[in-house]
Design a protein around this ligand. Structure first.
Ligand SMILES: Cc1cc2nc3c(=O)[nH]c(=O)nc-3n(C[C@H](O)[C@H](O)[C@H](O)COP(=O)(O)OP(=O)(O)OC[C@H]3O[C@@H](n4cnc5c(N)ncnc54)[C@H](O)[C@@H]3O)c2cc1C
Length: 371
């Protein structure tokens, strides 16, 4: 870690310890949404590490991953919010449309305006997994949007959502929608087994008018735009897994102090977790600058994202087995980590989705090599 990155992270780690750590049980058990923490993290640059000096810290995507990892070490649910917020800043920063950047980027980057990314459906749709849920029709300079998205986090009153829709005969648009937009509604979802503190809601669009100033990418910009943002979108999520794996390794280490003589017979030891994690962290250091430039080859990024999903699941299982019955108590972090780890593997791109895209890219590579 560079000196600049260490200096940037120090107050963030302090904030996590003083403001987030005391709330973790309430976030997990009562679904408390840590809005205050998010605003304070934003003020410290916790969502804008990858942005240029005008909006952020200019430290790069690896520093943003480090922030998300530091938050996840304490709370995987809040780390997902950090990813949502920093991704929205990333989307806006990469937009070719100055109007939407001017409207929202500073406030989102600094955590004054909290924002959710409802891109799972589109990302899955573009990978041939499911139908697109939002449809738009063009009316002059504006678009009119209808449809619904079942699960979008970090949204609600006073928030912004960034989503995409299919446009009749033209392709797709990506756009921002403020909570006050006419015809835009959000409703609670059925209760989740974890991540209840992420304010995850169902978004409904009924003839929502999207003005040109809220368009992040028009149909003729969309393909290039998605190609530019996707490496950072996927890479950024790895921070959630890194923090959870670190926390699980710590649980294993603590448990070993009293029952190390039996834990030694478990398949996955703390040293296995930390060694595998070091490998993934090294990959992040190498991949982040390329992803930042928007020119990255997706295959190694998808593989690193799949590797962290697998390692997070393994680490959380190992943590529970190390902790034993104590780890099964609701107050023990081991069982919370299990639920958080599963989320890392099911949030889009889910492990099964990653394997599908990896398979497709490898098959394409083989075809090209054979031609
Ligand atoms: C706690 C929580 C928070 C989430 N937060 C967000 C968020 O902030 N932004 C976001 O975009 N997604 C969010 N999601 C959705 C998530 O990223 C995945 O899309 C979801 O977990 C399903 O993924 P899957 O690949 O397992 O799909 P599957 O479970 O295999 O999908 C089954 C079917 O469910 C429907 N479906 C599933 N996911 C979606 C979707 N996202 N949109 C429309 N239809 C869908 C489709 O009909 C699909 O074919 C969240 C999910 C959870 C559980």
């Amino acid at each position: 870690m560079s000196q600049a990155q260490a200096a940037f992270l120090a107050p963030i780690v302090q904030l996590i310890e003083s403001e987030l750590a005391p709330q973790v049980q309430a976030i997990d058990q009562e679904g408390k949404y840590p809005a205050d923490f998010m605003h304070k993290l934003g003020a410290l640059g916790g969502f804008s590490a990858a942005l240029p000096a005008e909006y952020g810290n200019n430290l790069g995507l690896a520093a943003q991953v480090a922030v998300t990892a530091a938050v996840a070490e304490q709370c995987g649910s809040t780390a997902f919010l950090v990813w949502c917020q920093s991704s929205c800043a990333w989307y806006l920063h990469n937009s070719d449309n100055a109007a939407v950047r001017d409207r929202y980027l500073k406030d989102v980057a600094h955590g004054r305006l909290l924002a959710g990314t409802g891109m799972s459906n589109t990302v899955k749709h573009l990978a041939g997994i499911e139908k697109i849920q939002l449809r738009a029709r063009r009316e002059g300079d504006t678009y009119v949007v209808n449809g619904s998205l079942p699960w979008v986090s970090n949204v609600g009153d006073g928030h912004l959502a960034i989503v995409a829709a299919a446009v009749e005969d033209e392709g797709y648009i990506m756009f921002a929608v403020p909570s006050t937009a006419s015809g835009f509604q959000y409703r609670p979802c059925l209760e989740f087994s974890g991540l209840e503190g992420t304010q995850t809601l169902t978004l409904r669009f009924q003839n929502v008018v999207v003005p040109a100033e809220d368009v992040v990418a028009h149909p003729d910009q969309f393909t290039d735009y998605i190609r530019r943002i996707k490496p950072g979108f996927v890479l950024g999520q790895i921070g959630m897994g890194i923090g959870i794996v670190r926390a699980c390794a710590a649980i294993a280490r603590d448990s070993n102090a009293s029952v190390g003589h039996v834990n030694v017979f478990l398949d996955v030891q703390e040293s296995d977790l930390t060694a595998e994690l070091a490998g993934i962290e090294q990959q992040i250091t190498e991949l982040a600058p390329v992803a930042q430039a928007g020119a990255a080859d997706m295959l190694p990024i998808l593989k690193a994202r799949a590797a962290i999903s697998e390692l997070t699941l393994k680490a959380a299982n190992s943590a529970v087995l190390h902790a034993g019955a104590k780890g099964y108590l609701m107050i023990h972090p081991a069982q919370r980590r299990l639920r958080e780890a599963v989320f890392v593997a099911i949030v889009t791109p889910a492990l099964k989705h990653l394997r599908k895209e990896i398979h497709a890219l490898e098959a394409q590579g083989l075809e090209t090599a054979a031609a």
